[in-house]
Design a protein around this ligand. Structure first.
Ligand SMILES: [Zn+2]
Length: 786
């Protein structure tokens, strides 16, 4: 029973007591028959006229008076206590509060604490909030979460949320697939999305050889069977057509100098092992050493095994010539990965050049003009501008590398490398063509890229890439009202947080007055988009997506890469047209579980999955969603003002945002965070890592302030948890960062630090949990930015 129910019960009992005093009289008159009433009436009349009656009546009046007086006294003191109680310690028992308790408990409660409630003999060994808030919130989650990925992929509350959302989407798709009338009602692009999903789910080819042989023919053979008359540039364009990006990536992305248009942009291609970090170990570039497994980087053995597996599927004979060809292809992958700016500590940012200049710089080693003509419906001129995103130093290293292969043998090696990567990507896109007991080559790569076992999740992610708009419009239709309400609520939160952020910029002493107007303007300009790309309601855009779904009779393994290739080519061919402002930038996907800030367009995107579960819920008290979406938006807005964001002006265009002392003040302030996070175990000191942590710190501050103005619970407690809303806000925040993995992901610190760092600096947190100054969660020295 809740306190509230207990109190109501007590009041009812009191009133009953009062009523009971008069019960005999009332009861009598109601329960007696007419004859009895008459008899009683006669006796009563005689009794009332006696003297004895008068005395008794006086006594009875006195007694009644005392009873009423005492009752009123008791009642009034009880009412006072109740009112007091209501103000100070009331527990909220609305369905919304009960649901909020459940949602917090799902992640926050440790199993030890649960057992303690069932059997108080068992110790509640959950750490105290002021000692380690991450453990306090996440210990239970870590014990209870069910990991749904295998292999090295990480697992955290965000992944868990994504999988929950995937389950719900799968449910919708299955319902549609089983109901012909429902299917009939869909629009073309919605039906395309269902078809792609169905195709992916149905395809379960055990033997990849047929598919590989098909591609083998398309790419003109591999290694010893390669026909050498194809130009390197054409082989590369061909692999792009099947969505395998090697040597370098080229795409049409928002032009930083004019964000109404796209620009052709060259970027690094992802190396075969997925990340450049895997190539950090120095390598002996010797074919024999590599074949003997002694090249220096043991991970290269995965690629060697992969090569043999592909050859096996193609029915190739393993000859010495093949082995040498394979080793050269692997060493090229290594050399390419090792020119990455990440391994050279380059400080230069992207450069702009022209197609003509690029062509001239590369000389005979690679014809960029010929290469680009393979993509473009509208032929490019030599003056076409090209942005080299990883910068000048990287470009020079790439051109130098290509020049060392500028001879027939070298060109063959690069071509073999491109095809090798294409086979691997086909395998990865297929999901599960073959299954071995202990993963080797290809299966290790599959784990590295896909990281999960659930075919439905694999397929949903793929449909999210190939049929982005169709799937979104389908979900909008089927999740209807609930999704709309969450999005509407998220919009309110986002605007309340933005307002708080702007107020902070308006008053901050860190901001130089000369910079203040531009910074406020930038914050006001940020376009914040929630869940649904506007283009998914645009018939033209939906039709265009449908047109890219060709050749439905193709097996999945070829169908999907083809569709993705089409999407890429389509974007490239429209590079000279104005951008559709309602299309989401190419580097974002509504099905990622990762909020994204785009520097060039000064926009923040919340993918649809984040509107379905965990981070915003319009039916729960406000602390819950401010601790989710509110914090996320505060974080992303902060990127607009970090070391990189300051290079983009108030609309996102390439220009310095600050001219005054703001940057210097900012850098001075960030030293405090640098020291704090080093103490917490973050050894990386790059600006990119620091800016993520600073963004977390700003975010919790502005989201909390915005929430306080929109706190819809007052001071009431949450049922069953004893948390007031102030405490609950921080629990809701922290539970979004619970994680099993202890590894860093990209430039972010480990999840634990994303809880500890910002909360150690938050005075509001220490106040909420009454953490003594000097306790771990409330150090005397606090860092702040704005
Ligand atoms: Zn970030």
């Amino acid at each position: 029973m809740t306190k509230d129910m207990r109190r109501r019960g007590l009041l009812t009992f009191l009133w009953n007591q009062d009523a009971d005093d008069f019960a005999p009289l009332v009861a009598y008159s109601n329960s007696t028959s007419p004859e009895e009433t008459t008899a009683l009436k006669v006796t009563e009349d005689a009794y009332q006229s006696s003297r004895f009656y008068t005395i008794r009546c006086t006594r009875k009046r006195l007694l009644l008076f005392s009873i009423v007086f005492l009752s009123l006294l008791v009642l009034s003191s009880l009412l006072t206590a109740a009112i007091f109680n209501h103000i100070l310690l009331n527990t909220c028992t609305t369905p919304s509060c009960i649901a909020a308790s459940g949602a917090l408990r799902r992640s926050a409660e440790s199993s030890a604490a649960t057992l303690h409630r069932i059997n108080p003999e068992i110790a509640d060994d959950r750490p105290a909030p002021c000692d380690d808030f991450y453990e306090y919130v996440c210990a239970g989650w870590m014990e209870n979460t069910v990991k749904r990925t295998k292999g090295p992929a990480e697992w955290n509350a965000i992944h868990e949320t994504a999988f929950r959302a995937f389950d719900r989407i799968e449910h919708v798709l299955t319902q549609i697939m089983q109901s012909p009338p429902l299917l009939k009602e869909l629009t073309n692009s919605q039906r395309d999305a269902v078809n792609t999903y169905q195709k992916c789910m149905a395809d379960n080819v055990e033997d990849a050889a047929a598919v590989f042989a098909y591609v083998d023919k398309e790419v003109g053979g591999w290694i010893t069977t390669a026909t050498n008359d194809m130009r390197l540039e054409d082989v590369l364009v061909g692999s792009y057509r099947m969505n395998a990006i090697s040597v370098f990536a080229i795409a049409a992305v928002v032009n930083p100098k004019d964000n109404t248009h796209a620009a052709l942009t060259i970027e690094e291609a992802v190396p075969i092992l997925g990340t450049v970090a895997h190539y950090a170990a120095p390598v002996e570039y010797d074919v024999d050493l590599l074949l003997a497994g002694k090249a220096g980087n043991p991970l290269l053995n995965i690629l060697k095994t992969t090569g043999y597996e592909v050859a096996g599927m193609l029915g190739m004979e393993i000859t010495k010539e093949f082995e040498i060809g394979l080793a050269h292809a692997i060493l090229f992958d290594t050399k390419l990965a090792r020119i990455s700016p990440l391994l050279h500590g380059d400080s230069d940012m992207q450069m702009e050049t022209t197609l003509g200049d690029l062509r001239q710089m590369a000389g005979s080693s690679f014809d960029f003009y010929h290469f680009l003509r393979g993509f473009m419906a509208v032929p490019s001129s030599l003056s076409t501008k090209i942005i080299v995103a990883p910068g000048r130093a990287w470009l020079y290293r790439l051109l130098d590398l290509l020049k060392t292969y500028d001879n027939p043998e070298g060109q063959t090696i690069i071509k073999d490398y491109i095809k090798f990567k294409q086979f691997i990507m086909l395998y990865i896109h297929s999901g599960k063509l073959t299954v071995h007991k202990s993963p080797e080559g290809l299966e290790i790569l599959d784990l590295l890229y896909n990281g999960n076992t659930d075919r439905n999740v694999f397929c949903l992610k793929r449909v999210g890439m190939s049929n982005q708009l169709g799937l979104v419009s389908l979900l909008e239709r089927f999740f209807g009202v609930r999704l709309q309400e969450n999005i509407k609520y998220a919009k309110e939160i986002v605007e309340a947080t933005r307002k708080e952020y702007i107020d902070t910029l308006r008053t901050s002493a860190v901001v130089d007055n000369r910079d203040r107007p531009a910074m406020i303007e930038k914050a006001e300009n940020i376009r914040i988009r929630l869940g649904i790309p506007e283009a998914s309601r645009d018939v033209m855009a939906l039709n265009r997506e449908s047109e890219l779904m060709i050749n439905e009779s193709m097996p999945w393994t070829i169908f999907f890469p083809n569709v993705m290739g089409n999407i890429h080519f389509n974007k490239m061919s429209r590079v000279h047209e104005p951008l559709n402002p309602d299309e989401w930038p190419a580097d974002t996907n509504p099905f990622n579980v990762n909020v994204h800030y785009n520097f060039e367009s000064n926009s923040i995107l919340f993918p649809i999955l984040m509107m379905l579960d965990q981070f915003v819920d319009s039916t729960l008290p406000s602390f819950y969603s401010y601790g989710g979406v509110g914090v996320f938006v505060g974080h992303e807005m902060s990127h607009g003002f970090d070391f990189k964001g300051r290079l983009h002006g108030p609309t996102g265009l390439d220009q310095n945002l600050t001219v005054g002392e703001t940057s210097r003040n900012y850098e001075e302030k960030q030293k405090c965070f640098q020291a704090q996070y080093k103490n917490l175990g973050e050894m990386r000191t790059e600006d990119a890592v620091l800016s993520e942590n600073i963004a977390d710190n700003i975010a919790i501050g502005v989201a909390h302030k915005a929430w306080r103005k929109n706190n819809d619970l007052g001071k009431t407690l949450l049922p069953g948890l004893g948390l007031d809303p102030e405490k609950a806000f921080f629990v809701a925040y922290a539970q979004n960062w619970c994680a099993l993995s202890k590894a860093t992901s990209g430039t972010h610190s480990v999840e634990k630090l994303r809880v500890l760092g910002p909360l150690q600096n938050s005075a509001a947190f220490s106040e909420a949990f009454s953490c003594p100054v000097g306790s771990f969660m409330n150090p005397a020295k606090k860092c702040s930015l704005w």
